[in-house]
Design a binder for this molecule. Structure first.
Ligand SMILES: Nc1nc2c(ncn2[C@@H]2O[C@H](COP(=O)(O)OP(=O)(O)OP(=O)(O)O)[C@@H](O)[C@H]2O)c(=O)[nH]1
Ligand SMILES: [Mg+2]
Length: 457
């Protein structure tokens, strides 16, 4: 049987709890200008009417200025009450938003009052989960909501917005349509005796699968940029003492963070600074200069430097143009992959050494080039097609599984008695893609995804 399109919107998660009307304080803990309470569910409007001691129904999308009362008829606070009706809300069901004063005490009292009136306290992410369950958004869009809130850089936030607009979902849907169509073609072969299906037919089908599925999915998987934007990258600066590692950390991060002196062995512990390179959030680690030493503290520092280098996504080796003995990056490491080598202090000695980027931190020369090279190494310039970016390991895994089924199917295509198996592989590929949108073992996927949400979202 062909995968039916309707299956895509079948969301069976959390039916029982959908009957509850849920409430949460949606703004962060702490004092602020405005604090928002969100209520969603069948009884939302009714509960809000009681809270406001009001009889006339709310006008949808109209800002009602209201007092909100406790059980004794005393006003708890006043502000704006908004009503979003049924489908025309974030969750896809009746929703009320109370825009109150941003006082944690008042908000808590208001929230508790909504519970008295029949709400249940919302679980983390439950509003968005309801949006998924009511088919307002797919799961990749729900994940984009968290990604958007958690984004550490503007570029990451913009990428999350694209996913929230449904860019990834549209792409996945396209793949699924393509698969449905090629499965139909393959199954059509079952109606013919094997020798009557011309080789040309298989060739065309093979080309189509390559072109519409294998190539674009492989391209998506090749780029790590999407995950980098959200998970960030680690960078370690290593080199012998006094070459200018700490100076480089300060210069790159634009902060006077690390102590810089002309005494070799100034930095003894690793030191981290967060900033961004090409829109990718990075954690940059300055390390103790590598040298043989009897000093116990320094030995520990050198050990930590090596650990940092071994686990970093990007390793920058700094050499000192005035001291050739500092140029051998492998002196302290075997097998360590060094991504970038810089020759610092070229203001003092005009050295041009193959494989090294000339740099003068003091004269601010070469820094822009270095930042560009770092961005390139981190994949900042990868993939022009941002709509199709893989932004989480969950998506990567599902795409990898799908691709592998597609290719297994391709390998069997055209072979005698294999038509059934090819179609089966491609149906598995279709299911793997569906997981990205929230199909398959819905409960399990939803639980995992929504455990990362904050309350009120
Ligand atoms: N002339 C010149 N001096 C520099 C440059 N960059 C750094 N220095 C000087 O080099 C010395 C060492 O700099 P640091 O940044 O402390 O070196 P480090 O590699 O962190 O040293 P340790 O922490 O001891 O391993 C300081 O006196 C800096 O002012 C440069 O581009 N040109
Ligand atoms: Mg230092």
């Amino acid at each position: 049987m062909l995968p039916a399109n309707e299956q895509r919107v079948t969301m069976i998660g959390g039916i029982g709890s959908l009957a509850d009307t849920i409430a949460a304080i949606a703004t962060p803990q702490g004092r602020g200008g405005i604090g928002i309470i969100r209520i969603s569910g069948e009884k939302a409007a009714n509960i809000a009417l009681k809270l406001c001691r009001r009889e006339t129904p709310f006008t949808p999308r109209f800002a009602h200025f209201q007092h909100w009362y406790d059980a004794h008829g005393e006003s708890l606070d006043h502000g704006i009450t908004l009503y979003f009706q049924g489908e025309k809300s974030y969750t896809g069901e009746d929703t009320i938003e109370l825009q109150a004063h941003g006082s944690p005490i008042l908000l808590q009292a208001l929230f508790e009052r909504t519970l008295e009136l029949g709400c249940r306290a919302a679980e983390p992410g439950e509003f968005t989960r309801r949006a998924v369950e009511h088919g307002k958004i797919d799961l990749s869009q729900a994940e984009a909501v968290v990604a958007c809130i958690d984004a550490a850089t503007l570029r990451a936030a913009k990428q999350a917005q694209k996913q929230l607009d449904g860019a990834l979902g549209r792409r996945i849907n396209q793949y699924m349509d393509d698969l449905t169509s090629v499965i139909a073609h393959v199954e059509a072969c079952l109606d013919f005796p094997e020798d009557e299906v011309p080789e040309l037919f298989y060739n065309q089908l093979r080309q189509r699968v390559e072109h519409e599925l294998v190539q674009p999915i492989s391209m998506q998987l090749n780029s790590k940029l999407g995950e980098r934007l959200f998970e960030g990258a680690t960078i370690a600066i290593i080199g012998e003492p006094n070459v200018g590692k700490s100076s480089l950390l300060n210069a790159l991060s634009g902060r006077d963070r690390a102590i810089v002196t002309d005494i070799a062995g100034t930095t003894r512990d690793t030191l981290e600074v967060d900033f961004e390179v090409g829109g990718i959030p990075v954690r940059l680690t300055d390390t103790a200069g590598l040298r043989a030493t009897n000093d116990v503290v320094e030995q520990e520092g050198v050990k930590r430097a090596k650990d940092a280098a071994q686990t970093a996504d990007l390793v920058i080796f700094v050499a000192d143009a005035t001291r050739p003995e500092t140029w051998d990056s492998q002196a302290h490491f075997q097998d360590l992959h060094i991504h970038l080598q810089v020759m610092n202090k070229v203001d003092k000695a005009h050295v041009s050494q193959a494989g090294f980027l000339p740099l003068s931190i003091k004269k601010e020369q070469g820094l822009d080039t270095l930042i560009n090279l770092m961005a390139e190494q981190l994949g900042s310039f990868d993939l022009a097609d941002e709509a199709a970016m893989v932004t989480s390991s969950r998506h990567r895994l599902a795409l990898q599984q799908s691709l592998s089924h597609i290719q297994t199917g391709l390998g069997m295509l055209g072979q005698e008695d294999m038509i059934d198996l090819t179609a089966m592989e491609w149906r598995s590929a279709w299911s793997s893609l569906g997981e990205i949108l929230g199909m398959g073992d819905v409960e399990l996927i939803l639980d995992k995804v929504f455990s990362e949400f904050c309350i009120g979202k």
